[in-house]
Design a protein around this ligand. Sequence first.
Ligand SMILES: Nc1nc2c(ncn2[C@@H]2O[C@H](COP(=O)(O)OP(=O)(O)OP(=O)(O)O)[C@@H](O)[C@H]2O)c(=O)[nH]1
Ligand SMILES: [Mg+2]
Length: 425
Amino acid sequence: MPESNILMSNQTGEKARAVLISLKTQEITEEFSEISLDELEKLLETAGGETVLRVIQSREYPDPATYIGKGKAAEIADFIKNDGTVNLAVVDNELTPSQIKNLEDALDVRVIDRTMLILDIFALHATTGEGKLQVEIACLKYTAPRIVGHGKEMSRLGGGIGTRGPGESQLETDRRHIKRRIASLNQRLLELERTRSVKRGVREKNKIKTVAIAGYTNAGKSTLLNYLTGAGVLTEDKLFATLDPTTRKLSLPDGEDILLTDTVGFIDRLPTHLVKAFKSTLEEIKYADIIVCLVDSSEPDSERTRKRKVTEQLINELSGGGIEVIWCYNKADKAIETHLIPSEGILISASTGEGVDGLLNKIKAVLAGNKKLITFFFPHSRVSEVNTLYRNAVVKHTEYTSDGVVVTAECERDIANRYLAFVQK
Ligand SMILES: Nc1nc2c(ncn2[C@@H]2O[C@H](COP(=O)(O)OP(=O)(O)OP(=O)(O)O)[C@@H](O)[C@H]2O)c(=O)[nH]1
Ligand SMILES: [Mg+2]
């Protein structure tokens, strides 16, 4: 992965130097504004930019025209003018197209919002055709109406941040063209989705269980996949290092083979356009048999709790809530406030391997717990069903009687339900 794409999209070669702007409204606590700005700073760093100033304004509600108050905007504009090096302002929320335009006029630098910054990082980090397609769709849908007519002047390039993805010149083309482009991208994505579902079908047919590693960005998901399977996925102390999930085979301690899959990291207020665009990638979570959710235990408990909440909510949205989740506290080698880690959590280190055996045993136990030994009776008129049961379950015993066939088999819950009518009382 390139260190930064900024130089490619900005002919002047300047680095983004930004003012971060946040609003503390009635619903938001001071502490949350700070934490959220910390995260925004980390996002900017990941995109290759640097923070020059952080501004938090207390206001009852956002100004419909400029988001922050006009007086505050004038103050920031003064600072930018005097500083002379600032070339970007990043607002820690989603802005309307007119708010972006008005703020750009007030500050005389390029203005992007939190969502555009995240989209930018996704554009920078997507490597496969599918990842790039998904990012381009999200960028076109969100960014296009927000930058049309802006960002032409060099002084407003803002180190290239917020202009990646499909590229500025494309984004400036007319809306009809953009609509056509989205339609054609969606068509291509649909084909890739079909490929994914065919692959899933093969896995199901071969009864291979899938375990998805999910969690907040930077929790160590790829590091765990690498530790267990030697997948060689890029791991970095940056946000959203992985956008194109890798799947690898893993042999559990009892010899059973499963598939382990890495997933795209979560973040608070993950832009809905990205969730929609990354639907097919994120569906790996929906079809998993178990979700291993990683939480970074090297952070204070307040951060762990916040990130776990965000993760839980997204997991529920994506999976529909029916899949067993194993909560796993990673970075045990650097863990703090361990007494506050919930008792159901497994403490591991994906770097050193500490505790990973416990996780594998837990996976094994959950998979085994999903299976039950059940005895069925099939009357002669329905013996054709016996063949399908043989394909879908591990048959332990078969007995032919004068009335039909008695079969004892180890079944998954969903298979057992399919043959409910034949379960022997
Ligand atoms: N000390 C320590 N560092 C870890 C551990 N696991 C991961 N890391 C570090 O945490 C950072 C993030 O790890 P990744 O595996 O890239 O995290 P990820 O969850 O895949 O992140 P995204 O793909 O960005 O969502 C890297 O710098 C890793 O080296 C661990 O157990 N201990
Ligand atoms: Mg990763």
